[in-house]
Write a protein that binds this ligand. Sequence first.
Ligand SMILES: Nc1ncnc2c1ncn2[C@@H]1O[C@H](COP(=O)(O)OP(=O)(O)OP(=O)(O)O)[C@@H](O)[C@H]1O
Length: 299
Amino acid sequence: MNRKILFFINPVSGTKSKMDLEKKIIQKCESNNISFEILFTSKEGNYNFLHDKTRDDGVTDIAIAGGDGSIRHIVSSVLNANVNVGIIPLGSGNGLARTAGIPNSVDKAIDIIFAGKSKCTDAFLINNKLSVHVSGLGFDAKVAHDFSEGKTRGLHAYTKIAIKNFLSAKTYPFTIEADEKKINLDAFFISIANSNQFGNNFKVAPEASICDGLLDIVVLQKTNKTQAVLSFAQQIISGKVHHFSKAELQKKNILYFQTNKLKIENPGLAPLHIDGDPAETSKEFSIEILPSAYKLIQP
Ligand SMILES: Nc1ncnc2c1ncn2[C@@H]1O[C@H](COP(=O)(O)OP(=O)(O)OP(=O)(O)O)[C@@H](O)[C@H]1O
């Protein structure tokens, strides 16, 4: 079947220059005899037109040059369309691309898209909104909200905002219900991970896989800040999944378990991010995996 690749470029994502990207895409597609079109992402992230466009124009693949937020917005609109999704990792963290083993080099990423080996990949719903990567409540969401208001993107800007927020970080009360158990706790954050990392190889959920039909849930419970940093560092280096139980809750600062669905009560209205973009929070969340939700091109 002849392929037609629809490229999307996010002009503001990450920090790498995208000056020559259009030229490179044109050159590579022409020399490989692949038909293509190039569009730009929009601030509003509404791609509802894609369902009809992919069908009417015979689009076989959508390639996204940007970060996890752009991927989420675009994948949301093509869940039921018969297209492959490719990534040219040009975001700030590129967490999903890194989890999938897609290299940062633009040339290599385009070659992988041309090779076209797609695998069914999970996503999840959080109060009926799609997430493809990592979403969360509490500290990391506060950082995402502040990051989105800043003028600069990239790892450096993100780290500065994270450190500033850590000094004033507080805990929130949550009730988590999963696997027929219900636990009340106070926590700095709850991460709901499909990818294994926030981005930049910062692996919040080291055992996560994007095609296992499971969500990895990581909760940093209330403790003093020195202990919180040490426990979190240990989680990143060697975190291992354990059971979701009151016994684990009492002995560990970090709760790390896997499930296919859960409910979270959030009476303190901890802020929410979905795939790194700030989102409106709620007192209750219903979260569930969508196994094999779309086809992601991977090496
Ligand atoms: N044309 C545009 N003008 C302004 N903002 C845009 C435009 N296109 C997309 N955006 C914004 O870009 C954000 C998504 O950025 P994206 O996730 O691609 O990169 P990133 O945040 O730098 O990287 P990562 O998600 O990997 O950390 C969304 O908030 C969206 O509103």
